[in-house]
Design a protein around this ligand. Sequence first.
Ligand code: SF4
Length: 280
Amino acid sequence: MREVNVSEISETIARLSQEANYFLPEDVLAALQSGRQAEESATGQAILDEILENQQIARTEQAPICQDTGLAVVFIDIGQDVHLVGGDLREAVNEGVRKGYTEGYLRKSVVFPPVRGKNTNDNTPAILHLNIVPGDKIHIVVAPKGGGSENMSALKMMVPADGLDGVRRFVLETVSKGGSNPCPPVIVGVGIGGNFEHVAYLAKKALLRPVGQYNALPEIADLEKELLGKINQLGIGPMGLGGKVTALWCAVEVAPRHIASFPVAVNIQCHAARHKEAVI
Ligand code: SF4
């Protein structure tokens, strides 16, 4: 059994909260650069140039990529041979977010209660997804999620008869409805299967998969390619002003489902596709 003090988790989350907001992941950056090459609309090209310049300024000056520094979504895989000491894990996670957002002067975007709420003033609580895995390591991902793209996400409880055609229709309809609101070019995370709450988690997890890495299941990889092609034929383009680069990537995660249900979730991620990870 390996002992880990939860203060180490707080420190790591504080650092990742800031790094995620300052440094766009390399795979997303490469996708934006390829998108710039592929885009034919002059307006779209100009917008992509600005997005690329903006992320470079953020990287150099260690300033947020976007004013919406997001709700902190934290994924932790804890090895079952880890013994956590020094306090409560959930509080340690929130302490990390509090420290990262406060010391990094990142915008505090959380209100509570949700109806007529007041700002909690430290961007807590985080949304925490915990998973117990084999081993003695702790894998942490911090993914600040902006409100504009989250608002354009959707979930549908389809029936099995809707099948893959239903999935295609729902994904395209959701991206189409989003239009310029999620600050395209977007990354589209799709969950298929599981149940009501699990399918939303799958769609969120899909957003963490590196751009360019297809699903290991060949038929799902084919669906990812097909969906990305069709999304980019919608003509929404960079920031919704028209063009062929509406999405940089589409990732689909799947899980077993009930014979009577066919849940599908679409989680839209804006071009500021921020996430950073660390292993303790
Ligand atoms: S959707 Fe993304 S890029 Fe647009 S304002 Fe929100 S965080 Fe910023």
